[in-house]
Structures are given as C-alpha cells and as structure tokens.
Design a protein around this ligand. Structure first.
Ligand SMILES: Nc1nc2c(c(=O)[nH]1)N[C@H]1C(S)=C(S)[C@@H](COP(=O)(O)OP(=O)(O)OC[C@H]3O[C@@H](n4cnc5c(=O)[nH]c(N)nc54)[C@H](O)[C@@H]3O)O[C@H]1N2
Ligand SMILES: Nc1nc2c(c(=O)[nH]1)N[C@H]1C(S)=C(S)[C@@H](COP(=O)(O)OP(=O)(O)OC[C@H]3O[C@@H](n4cnc5c(=O)[nH]c(N)nc54)[C@H](O)[C@@H]3O)O[C@H]1N2
Ligand SMILES: [Mo]
Length: 758
C-alpha cells in the first residue's frame, strides 16, 4: 500500500534550520507564553486565565501530569502549559456555517495545525451515512442516535469506548460504568500507547503500576537519572524540581540519544536569576545511548554493582532489604553474570568507561530515583527494560525510603486517574466485584480490546461503533493508513471533543461530534458550580475548577453527556440525573467502589495522596515481595544502511495538537517534515544536510510504509539513530509492531531506510 500524499502545509519551503540550543526556558519562554495567550485570548482573558492555572481554587493545567507544589507560587505554569491553556481558551469558533462551507473531504486535506487553529467546537454536529457534510443536530437526537446504534449491534463487544487522558475522574468513572452496564470491557485509552509498559512492569515487580516517589523525594534524592524523557518541552515544571534537587546537592544523569536542551542548562523563568542570568546547569553526566539500548545499560550497571559487592562484600548491595523484601535475587544475579560486554556495547553504543562512570555515581549515592517517559515505554522490550530499572534500584534498597524510587513521568494530566477510575480493558476482578455490588449488576468479565486490538477489530468488521471521550484516535495511533481504513469501516464514530481534529474527518459511515466543556470553563448545573478531580503523576488527587464562561451556550460537560447516554442505554442502571446534576453523587459511588477514595468528598478540598504500598515496603505481588526479574537481552541489529527511527514531539505540539510549527530548542523554525540524523550516518550514506528523503519503514508483512519528503538535518543524535515528529511519521509504525505484553506501539524503534525524495 503506497502512502497518501502528505496533507495541508506539507510545503516547508519557509523552513529555517539553526544549531540546537543548549538551554531551556528563560526570558523567551515568558514572552512566548504571553504572546500565545494574547493572540488567542485577548489581554483580559489571558491574565484571568493564566492566574488560575494550578492554583488551589483554579483548574488543573491540561499540559502535563507533573505535580504542583503544595505551597503554590502565583505562576505555577510554564510556557507549554500556557500554550495548552490558550489553545482551549481561544476566542475562535467552529460553528454550523463553518461546516456548511467545508465538506468532510475538504477538511481531510487540511493539516492537523490548520484544523486545530479553527477554534472551539460549538454545537453537536451529525454527518449522516452517504453525506460529505456535517449538519446541526440537537443533543437529544444525537444521544438517541448513539443509543439506537449501540442497541442494534450484534453484541456489546461490537462497540469500543476510547478515552484520552484529559478526562476527569468523574467523567471517567461514569464512562466506564456506561460501557460495562452496556456489557463490554472494550475501553482502550491513550495509556495503551503511552505508559502501559510502565504499568505492566511495575505491577509485576512492585505490585502497583504507578510511581513510588513524591515531589519531596525528588527534591531530596542524591542521584536522579532522567532516562528517555525530554522534560524541557514536555514537563517544563519538572525542571524547577530538578533545579531544587540540584540545590540540595543532587547529581543528575541524562540518558538519551538526543542532547535535550532542558537538561543541559535551565533558566527558570520564575526566578530573576533564571530570566536574566546564566541559569542552572542541570545534568552532570550525559550518556548518549543508542535507541533501545537501555535494557543493556541497566543490566551492565547491575553487573558492575554485583562485582563491586564481590570486591567489598557488605558495602554495595542492601543485603537486609534484599533478604527481607525481595524474591528472585539469585536467579537475577546468576543471569547478569552471563552478560556479554560485546552485547552491551553494541546495544548501548556507549563505552565501558561511561557505564563505569554511572556505576561510580550510583556507588556514591544512597538514594537514587529513576525518572522516565516515552523513551523507555515505546519499544518491543519496554516492559523488560523497566523491570531492569527496578532490578537496579532493588539491589540498592532504593525503593520505599525517602529520596528514592521509581518515577514514571505521565503525560496527559489525568491519564493516571482515568486508569484508577476503571478505564482499562483488563479490569481487575476486585474492581468489577465492587462495581457490580454498588450498581446491582453483573459486569462483563471478558477482557476488552486495547488500542491496537481495537484497530484490528474495526478492520475485521468486529467493532462497528467507535466512541471517544477526547483525544484524536485517527492521528495518535500507529499505521495511519491501516487505522484510517479501519475507522472508515465503522457504522458510526462519535467524538466528544473541544477542538476540531483528524478524528472528525476520518470517520465511520455516519459520524457525530459532541462538543464539550474544557478544563478552563465554568461547569454550572442546577445544583450550582461543579468541580472535578484529577490524579497527578505522583498519585495526588485534587480538584480542578473552571472559571471562564463556556465557549458556547450549547456545550455540555463530559459527565452530563455520558449520563445522558447511560440513561438511554440502561435507565435503571444508575442514578443518572443525580450524577449529572451534582458530581458529589459520582464521587459518592467512587468512594464505595475504589479503595483509597473513602470520604472522597470531605478530603477533596485539601487534596490527598492515594495509598502507595511500595512506599511502606508492602508488596502486592504474586510472591508478596518485591520481585527481581530475569530479562533477556536482544541486541537490535540493523541490516546494512538502515537506521532506527524514533518519533517524538516538537516544542510546539501537544501530541496531535499543533500550537505552531517551530521546535525552538532543536533549532527548527516553520517546518515539521524534518529528519534528524547524525553527521556520521549522513556521511556514510553519502547524504547531506538540507537534502530531501522519503522515509520507508521495513516490516515483514510486505506492506510499503512511506513518509514522503523529509528534510535531512545534521544533528548530534546517537549513531544508527534518527528522529522525526509524530503524527506525520505514524504512517511508518506497523500496527503489529508492539511491545511484548503491554501492546504499546513501538513508536521509538522503527527500522527505516532512506530514499532520495522524488
Ligand atoms: N508540551 C507538551 N507536553 C507534553 C506532551 C506534548 O506533546 N507536548 N505530551 C504529553 C504526553 S501524553 C506524554 S506521554 C509526555 C511525553 O514526554 P516525553 O517522553 O519526554 O516525549 P517524547 O517527545 O516522546 O520524547 C521522548 C524522549 O526520549 C528519548 N528517547 C527515545 N528513545 C529512547 C531510548 O531508546 N532510550 C533513551 N534513553 N531515550 C530515548 C528521546 O530522545 C526524547 O528525549 O509528555 C506530555 N507533555
Ligand atoms: N508515533 C508516535 N505516536 C504516538 C506517540 C509517540 O510518541 N509517537 N505518543 C503516544 C502518546 S504518549 C499518547 S498519550 C497518545 C495521545 O493520544 P490522544 O490523547 O488521543 O491525542 P491528543 O492529541 O492528546 O488529543 C487531542 C484532542 O483532544 C481533544 N480534547 C482536548 N481537551 C479536551 C477535553 O477537555 N475534553 C475532551 N472531550 N476533548 C478534549 C481535542 O479535540 C484535541 O484535538 O499519542 C500516542 N501516539
Ligand atoms: Mo502520553
């Protein structure tokens, strides 16, 4: 299958490329936050809105899941948080005249950037089967239609209910209840493409698929490893935490194929020194690892620790901890002692001296924290890699004591909370039991489809109605052409959204757009102003309260839309009207179904941290202990001339939402179709910076996956590796290329060849 022509502003004629920056934030970041706000929101709204971000009486920043400090400063937001807010609080509107003027076909020729820039969706719209235009529809008719299509399905499993991680706890809880009362566990979510590998690995080894550290822990760690993560762009407020940690004496190591600006030097825009001074150099050691080399790195580090213990028994490993709290140590160490350094060096691209430098830093530190994001989770061996991170920490007893532990840094601001609320295609039996008891029904027990399985099921005609609470399924998922064909085979696709995106124009035969309130907006029902709750990356639950007037009088809240659907599907199944009117009623149900939420309503005002048993050194694993694991190292060997492609975010995007077309820290202006390749790899292939190539991925299924016309940029990335932005490159990620056991698409290791562009 040949790839389609690139869409919309594929013409990067005006692109300018300059050398990458060696620092993040500072004055430019402050200016950019204000400029984006001003352009989209106007002066008064900008001030009103930005002052409410991450404040106790304001809304949770939709930008990322990094926690807020208990003592919040006035401006607990960052440049990219401000862009996220401006994107939602924009004054631009997409109304019925817009849809009358643009056919769906016409809209599908536009870029993701163009679609998003049109503004907020304002009223429910319906595209009947056979029509190429959306037309207005009333809320009642829209929900009747969804319910009728669902009821007409041959089985409840012929529907799938997708969630993106911005959904509040309250909406998520109601959504999964609707799906399960209807009779299916088909609840795929963005987490399947994101931190699923972390959840699986941590669940197996520590008994809970969440991080174990608090902000205080990070600020008081001796050594922090930031592995496979670009916080300068994706979690800018984390840089402030790292700066504080540094001030307290921490050593910071970055492990990454790319030298990312934020970790090199950070000019904190919230301090005078940061705005006008040189800022803080954050990283002490940069290990420029080959893509997918982290399993080998952590195994080599583990082996070096075992050998150091051999040389000075009783001084390196935390033997009492290992004896009392872990299981599997013998098998693990026997396995590590077989490790081949040739494999380690081939896999990591590092030198033995570099790995020894890391060992020395570990030996010099009592409390170690490892932070990671998509650089670890989106590979075939992602679960094994994260289990190996845990192995190293267990050797040193660095879990369950202050200043130490695992820190998977979540992306979407409530992705962790959605999972806690039961958005999960593989729900635990205890959760289903409690849900069934609370609402008096028998929930379905069969596991449902994750994201990749949902695409397969739509392709095979087994899933015929697809509904999404937020997100942009058509663009965020792998294997774009295959996914689009699959979506088009559905009878009906339904999107609850705030902004126009690809998923509104790549649809089933019939399609609905249900426009909803965003985080920033006031949510008023007959019972008064409602608040929702979210859970951050460190399991802290707190409120989010919108303050702006809604973008249109026709918008409804996610909770109200979902209760409306639940009422139509299972009228006696729950107290739908009460829940839609007063979200405290939803929280009452949550408090009886989900452990840790007892007295939810009372404790919500101040916020609270959910129980994290590993912090108390309690292990809810199969053995009742923290589990050492044995992981097989497979070196990713490249056929001659090939490269490993990773697909990443620019500084001006939020997943599939494009704020702009620059990637300031990497030196890219006004363009997105760029491919970063090391000077050595360019030279050995006879290629040059500035030349255009097609990227062709190789996968043994005979399908040609091609992304056309990318400008080569000579860039200091690791050898054998290259990088380009998603979603433009999702066409290259084969649907069947997923991480073992977590099913996450391998978006950070796609084997590609380059061909001169036509
Ligand atoms: N502004 C902004 N903020 C965001 C988002 C956004 O799009 N924009 N997205 C949100 C979401 S949903 C998420 S999940 C997070 C994502 O946050 P990140 O994971 O930081 O996002 P990516 O751009 O995917 O960057 C992956 C990083 O891992 C490195 N890497 C890739 N492969 C490897 C590897 O094999 N080994 C190692 N050691 N490193 C590797 C890359 O070079 C890059 O630095 O950010 C969240 N926050
Ligand atoms: N190749 C490649 N692919 C990837 C990744 C990668 O690194 N590489 N990363 C993956 C990751 S980590 C993730 S999390 C997924 C992201 O996948 P998604 O979460 O599905 O995608 P987003 O782009 O975050 O969704 C943006 C849309 O959400 C809607 N929206 C925004 N706010 C709200 C709201 O408050 N309510 C509702 N109902 N809708 C709202 C808007 O319409 C907006 O267009 O992408 C994955 N895809
Ligand atoms: Mo994510």
């Amino acid at each position: 299958m040949a790839s389609k022509a690139p869409r919309g502003d594929r013409d990067d004629a005006g692109m300018r490329v300059s050398p990458p920056k060696d620092h993040a934030a500072g004055l430019p970041a402050v200016v950019v936050s204000m400029r984006d706000g001003l352009q989209q929101m106007g002066i008064r709204r900008t001030a009103l809105t930005l002052l409410k971000v991450n404040q106790a009486d304001g809304f949770d920043c939709p930008g990322c899941a990094w926690p807020e400090h208990k003592k919040r400063k006035h401006a607990e937001f960052c440049e990219n948080g401000a862009k996220a807010v401006a994107e939602e609080a924009t004054l631009r509107r997409v109304d019925r005249a817009f849809f009358a003027a643009h056919s769906v076909h016409d809209l599908d020729s536009k870029s993701e950037h163009w679609l998003g820039q049109q503004g907020r969706l304002t009223e429910p719209m319906y595209k009947p089967a056979g029509s190429d235009h959306y037309q207005p529809i009333s809320w009642d008719d829209a929900l009747d239609l969804v319910a009728a299509e669902l009821k007409a399905l041959p089985s409840p499993d012929a529907a799938a209910f997708y969630t993106s991680g911005r959904t509040s706890n309250e909406a998520a809880f109601v959504y999964q209840l609707v799906a399960r009362l209807f009779g299916t566990n088909n609840l795929p979510d963005c987490s399947n493409m994101c931190h699923e590998s972390s959840g699986v690995a941590l669940g197996e080894t520590l008994g809970i698929g969440k991080g174990t550290v608090s902000l205080d822990d990070v600020e008081n760690a001796d050594l922090i490893l930031v592995v496979g993560q670009n916080p300068g762009t994706n979690h800018p407020r984390m840089l402030t935490t790292l700066e504080n940690a540094k001030g307290n004496g921490a050593t910071i190591v970055a492990v990454n194929p790319l030298p990312e600006a934020g970790l090199r030097r950070f000019k904190n825009p919230q301090t005078i020194r940061g705005v006008v001074g040189h800022g803080t150099a954050l990283e002490d050691l940069f290990l420029q690892i080959r893509l997918n080399g982290d399993l080998a790195l952590f195994q080599a580090l583990g082996l070096l620790l075992l050998e150091a213990e051999d040389a000075a028994p009783g001084t390196v490993l935390d033997q009492p901890f290992i004896a009392e709290h872990t299981s599997g140590f013998e098998a693990h160490s026997a396995h590590l002692r077989q490790l081949s350094w040739d494999d380690v060096l081939a896999s990591t691209g590092l030198t033995r001296e570099e790995v020894e430098q890391l060992r020395d830093l570990v030996l010099a530190s009592r409390n170690v924290i490892v932070c990671w994001a998509m650089g670890l989770t989106q590979h075939k061996n992602a679960v094994e890699t994260i289990r190996e991170v845990v192995n190293v920490l267990l050797l040193r007893g660095s879990i369950g004591r202050p200043g130490a532990g695992v820190c998977p840094v979540r992306g979407h601001s409530n992705v962790q909370g959605d999972r806690t609320m039961g958005i999960w295609e593989k729900p635990p039996a205890a959760f289903l039991d409690a849900l069934g008891t609370e609402f008096g029904f028998v929930p379905p027990r069969k596991n449902g489809h994750d994201v990749v399985d949902t695409i397969r099921a739509m392709r095979d005609g087994q899933v015929q109605v697809f509904m999404a609470c937020g997100g942009n399924f058509a663009a965020a998922t792998p294997d774009t052409n295959a996914t689009h064909d699959a979506l088009r085979r559905c009878r009906l696709t339904v999107q609850m959204s705030t902004k126009l995106n690809r998923s509104h124009v790549v649809t089933g035969a019939a399609a609905l757009i249900l426009p909803v309130l965003g985080r920033t907006e006031r949510d008023r029902t007959s019972a008064g102003d409602q608040v929702v709750s979210v859970e951050d990356s460190m399991s802290s639950v707190h409120t989010s309260r919108g303050t702006l007037p809604p973008a249109s009088e026709h918008l409804r809240s996610e909770v109200s839309v979902l209760c409306g659907l639940g009422h139509r599907l299972a009228p006696g199944g729950a107290d739908w009207t009460a829940m839609a009117t007063d979200y405290a009623v939803v929280r009452g149900h949550v408090s009886r179904v989900i452990p840790g939420f007892e007295d939810f309503e009372e404790r919500l005002t101040d916020g609270f941290v959910l129980p994290l048993p590993p912090r108390e050194r309690e292990w809810h694993t199969a053995t009742g202990k923290a589990q050492f694991t044995v992981n097989t190292l497979e070196v990713m060997r490249l056929p001659p001339g090939r490269l490993i492609l990773q697909t990443i975010r620019s500084h001006d995007q939020y997943n599939t939402t494009m704020y702009g077309r620059d990637d300031r820290y990497r030196g890219i202006k006004d363009g997105r179709r760029v491919l970063f390749v090391s000077p050595a790899d360019l030279a050995s292939r006879g290629l040059e910076d500035g030349q255009h190539v097609d990227i062709v991925s190789e996968w043994p299924d005979g399908v040609e996956r091609r992304a056309a016309r990318f400008r080569l940029v000579s860039y200091p990335t690791a050898v054998d590796c290259c990088a380009a932005y998603f979603p433009e490159t999702n066409v290259l990620v084969p649907l069947d290329s997923t991480a073992d056991r977590s099913g996450t698409p391998t978006s950070k290791s796609v084997i590609v060849r380059l061909e001169p562009a036509a």
